[in-house]
Design a protein around this ligand. Structure first.
Ligand SMILES: [Cu+2]
Length: 272
């Protein structure tokens, strides 16, 4: 029995050692376009990494528990009809060790994973300085974006490849959640409060935007897209739309209000 316990504990420590070696969340830096572009830490890859770690973690723990359970079931099986069972005799120290050591190992592992998540979250809340900042007002049932030059789009966020995009979000009615699965970002938008999220679109392409907070009967239709285009194409579109807006303003049409000025003070720790 003692040997079995020793083997069991050695297995636990071995598994914990493997996990510790596996768990180191790397947040790779991204080389922005252009030689003088600053390196941007994109947390998206870190979330994937952390997710894989958690899966590995619970798989190892699950297999370990299953094996130990199967072993004990086999070892303490009834060996004949009418046999009466008898619990193994453990010294107080061994009994305490059986309770405390596995608890310590699994708690340490949990805290380690949680600490990695916390570190990654803090990295994510630091918004790169050279971003495109767009205001978002959500409402039942659309996503309404306003660019710094006053240009507005609905359910389609056009952004340049290679530049971080910050969304300043609020809501005109109820709680919504702006979710872009491909960029691993999701944040609530709500009335009376400004929240934010940012992401780094690296290559041209289209990405789904969906509402991740039940907001009413048409909630599931509250979809949009992020359209990532090459920087030159974005600039041409942005300036063209801006000019159209100015011309319309000069001709007497109402010019939509620009995004509320809630620009972050860069360098702040917990908010951007
Ligand atoms: Cu919604």
């Amino acid at each position: 029995m003692r040997d079995a316990m020793k083997r069991g504990l050695a297995g636990l420590f071995g598994a914990a050692g493997c996990l510790a070696a596996e768990l180191a969340v790397a947040v790779p830096a991204y080389d922005g376009k252009g030689a003088d572009a600053p390196k941007i830490v994109d947390p998206a890859a870190g979330w994937d990494h952390l997710w894989r770690e958690v899966l590995i973690d619970i798989t190892i723990i699950g297999i370990l528990f299953a094996l130990m359970t199967a072993y004990f079931i086999w070892k303490y099986r009834a060996r004949g009809p009418g046999q009466e069972g008898e619990s193994p005799k453990l010294s107080p120290a061994t009994a305490v060790a059986w309770a405390v050591i596995p608890t310590f190992v699994f708690l340490a592992d949990d805290l380690f994973v949680a600490a990695n998540g916390w570190q990654l979250w803090n990295a994510y809340r630091q918004v790169p300085e050279n971003r495109l900042e767009v205001h978002l007002e959500s409402g039942m049932y659309s996503w309404d974006y306003t660019y710094p030059n006053g240009v507005r789009t609905q359910n389609e966020l056009k952004v340049p490849a290679g530049k971080p995009v910050l969304l300043r979000m609020t809501s005109r009615d109820t709680l919504h959640s702006h979710f872009i699965p491909d960029f691993r970002v999701k944040e609530d938008s709500m009335p009376g409060r400004t929240t934010y999220l940012w992401f780094l679109p690296k290559e041209p392409g289209e990405h789904l935007v969906t509402c991740a907070e039940y907001c009413g009967v048409m909630h599931s239709y509250m979809a949009g897209k992020v359209v990532v285009v090459p920087e030159a194409e974005f600039n041409a579109w942005y300036e063209g739309e801006g000019t159209k807006l100015k011309t319309a303003g000069a001709a007497g049409a109402p010019v939509p209000a620009a995004a509320p000025e809630t620009a972050p003070k860069s360098g702040k720790k917990k908010s951007a």
